[in-house]
Design a protein around this ligand. Sequence first.
Ligand code: FE2
Length: 382
Amino acid sequence: MAIKFALRTRVMMGSGCRTGISTEARALGVRKALVVTDKALVNCGLVGRVLEKIEPSALTYILFDEVTPDPTLNTVDRGGELARQAGCDVIVAVGGGSPIDAAKAISIAATNPGSCAAYEGINKYGNPPLPVFAVPTTVGTGSEVTFGAVLTNAGTNSKFIVYGDDLAPVVAFLDPELAVGLPRSVLVPTLMDALTHALESYVSRGSTPQSRALAWFAAQTIVRHAPTAYADTKNLDAMTGLLYAANMAGAAFASSRLGIVHAMALPLGAYFHVPHGMANAVLLPYGLEYNLNDAKDGYAEMARAFGIAGSAKAKDDALALRDAVARFARSLDVPAHLSELGVKEDQIEAMAADAMKSSHIAANPRAIVQADVAALYRKALK
Ligand SMILES: [Fe+2]
């Protein structure tokens, strides 16, 4: 089976790099943007700090700030309609994974007929989506370089993915000035999401030498900078490291896909509104345990990223990695069990059935059947 490694996005990096939006708009020949974000980011002034740098002679815009966590199909369809009616020729996404995923889906809805629900799956839309500029404000998602978007169908209480080879943003602006001062309540889930991307991507069946290089260095960078960032989210050096690491982990899993942790995290968002990163953070040590035998060589290599010197036995190093990841999560005050996040036993079978529909299942290094997923939810629930 062939595997692939693909990147599409030009990644601009550095403090103040958001000023480059005007230059990139001119270069691309676009004139009118739909700015996709959420109200909290508008209210805290972060969106204003992006918009104030856009030169009106380069790009005009209209604001669409209706994105919610776990963005819904309805929101995306409304955004697409607005972009079409207003004649927008580019989407500018400002925010974490939810606004960026919503923006990517809106870029499809804007140029294709009907609801975005019709484009579930891989390369299902006929017309090219609008170009997207992505400005991440958290340190986790990686959505600014990936090819898919996760949406929630509120009617059926399920999540689904739209994916396209031309759906990754055209340009990403990694501006650490926007990440500095991130509240801890956002910092922890997003950096744990990025760490999960790195660890799952590294041992995924779809991994390649390129994706493993990115994933390994992303994990090492997160481990190095997280303690400082957690102590002081205004530390520019630490927040810069985490922002770049999240992007590297995103570039890794954009091609490799992930594994059992992400497959199980998505239903926790749909059923119990557990934030995506926090679901991963709690599940990650359980997922590592599940894969221990099948992925022990990769985990042993990843153990080095956690500063574990290594022994003669890969299995021992893999166990040491699992313990180090659990300690790392505890050091950031991540709960040990899903029950602490409001998850209830009564939905486990339904969640397990949904998790099995995820494309990450096939990428996991160890084969998975539904009973395995249900057992792992129970183990993590406590
Ligand atoms: Fe994720």
